[in-house]
Design a protein around this ligand. Structure first.
Ligand code: CU
Length: 114
């Protein structure tokens, strides 16, 4: 019984710790916005984040993007699409590690319409 309570407390603490980190709420393009052109994919974090993986998926599948930001933990991440994005809906998926080692992930989407 006592062990169950302890386990429950530890779970709650872990969950709270992960939730305490800000996600990349502040992005370029803005989540659910429509843009005519997209020159850069940007994400801003309240706490430094080491972005370990990022993908851009469009109407024709994965789009190659070139990281300007390396593998250091940063509050501002930037990557550039390697081609002009055709019209359609796009999703950015990223994974990262916060400074204290918590695995984080997020997603945001936008539309390109000329
Ligand atoms: Cu943490």
């Amino acid at each position: 019984m006592k062990q169950n309570i302890l386990a429950g407390l530890m779970m709650a603490t872990l969950a709270t710790g992960a939730l305490a980190h800000s996600k990349a709420e502040d992005t370029t393009p803005v989540h659910e916005s429509t843009a005519t052109t997209v020159e850069a994919i940007e994400m801003r974090f309240d706490d430094p984040m080491r972005v370990t993986a990022i993908t851009l998926t469009g109407p024709e599948g994965d789009v190659e993007i070139e990281r300007e930001t390396g593998m250091d933990a940063v509050t501002e991440f930037r990557a550039l699409p390697s081609v002009d994005l055709p019209e359609g809906n796009y999703t950015v998926d990223w994974r990262g590690l916060s400074l204290d080692g918590h695995p984080m992930q997020g997603t945001f989407g936008f539309t390109v319409a000329n």
